[in-house]
Design a protein around this ligand. Structure first.
Ligand SMILES: [Zn+2]
Length: 303
């Protein structure tokens, strides 16, 4: 009789363990883009089981959930995503998860809508590339601290300490980026890229930003867009234009060819990280390293 009781209790313990926590007792957190994964990792550290869905070079606008993703999402206690329709093809999956009473958190909810840049291309009517404003990313950091603290109150002191340390790093990053940008004459601060990922960057750091493809990569640039862009580059005497790590480079190469066909020259200034970080383990595989790399690449090529 005693033996039977013990077995039953054990079985119950295993079942309850499995239903909301992985075997190590930590909560399961799933994130979408690599920027969000990096942010949550900085706050949660070893106190959470963290799985990011999208790796480096992955375009979130076009990303579809695989079967493996769906099972990761269904085992998650909290899901952090960008929102504002950045992950356009995951909306249905997230809705399904919300019906299962799962905590799905859009980082864009941390921001005041009135401070967002409008967009005719998005169903939300806002530009989703919010991580390119460091102050907005600081708000997202505070939001992640709050959400993780609510989910695991016993570790809230750690999350708070990690959050404060990360906020300090972001403030130092902003100072460093501004210093680098100051070395570029104001009339040279024109950024031409494959798609409109850099509007928040432009607004916070004083660049005019022109994207070939609109705010989502879901619509391809046409011949007319390429011609218009090449005229702009010639008029403004833009020295360099940029490809993006998560967008095929053929569109920007077409612009360069169109400029060359009009007997002008423009360089391809390098590849920028827009909607995904670099490889894990490299400096560009972190948000801070990515931002420094982008700004150094832009400033060096436009000087
Ligand atoms: Zn984008």
């Amino acid at each position: 009789m005693k033996k039977y009781l013990i077995i039953t209790l054990c079985t119950l313990a295993i079942i309850s363990c499995k239903s909301d926590k992985k075997d190590n007792g930590k909560i399961n957190v799933v994130t979408t883009t690599s920027m969000i994964t990096d942010l949550v990792k900085n706050i949660g550290g070893d106190y959470i089981n963290l799985q990011g869905l999208m790796g480096s070079g992955v375009d979130p606008h076009l990303y579809k959930a695989s079967e493996g993703d769906v099972s990761k999402l269904s085992e998650a206690d909290i899901i952090f995503y960008n929102g504002l329709h950045l992950e356009g093809k995951l909306v249905e999956v997230f809705e399904k998860m919300a019906h299962q009473n799962k905590k799905t958190i859009a980082l864009s909810d941390a921001l005041d809508e009135r401070t967002l840049i409008g967009s005719e291309f998005f169903a939300s009517n806002y530009d989703p590339h919010i991580w390119f404003n460091v102050d907005y990313w600081k708000e997202a950091t505070k939001y992640v601290v709050r959400q993780l603290s609510e989910a695991v109150p016993e570790h809230q002191a750690v999350f708070k300490t990690n959050g404060e340390a990360y906020l300090n790093k972001l403030e130092a990053l902003k100072t460093k980026l501004n210093k680098t940008i100051q070395t570029l004459p104001e009339d040279k601060r024109v950024l031409v890229t494959a798609h409109d990922a850099f509007n928040y960057f432009g607004k916070s750091f004083g660049f005019e930003v022109v994207g070939l493809q609109g705010i989502s990569t879901a619509t391809e640039a046409g011949v007319q867009d390429v011609q218009k862009m090449s005229d702009f580059i010639i008029d403004q005497k833009v020295k360099a234009i940029f490809i993006e790590s998560s967008v095929p480079k053929r569109t920007i190469e077409a612009v360069k060819a169109a400029v060359n066909a009009k007997n002008h020259d423009v360089e391809i200034g390098g590849s920028l990280y827009s909607d995904a970080l670099g490889n894990p383990g490299t400096a560009e595989g972190t948000y801070i390293g990515m931002f420094e790399y982008n700004v150094n690449t832009i400033v060096n090529a436009l000087k």
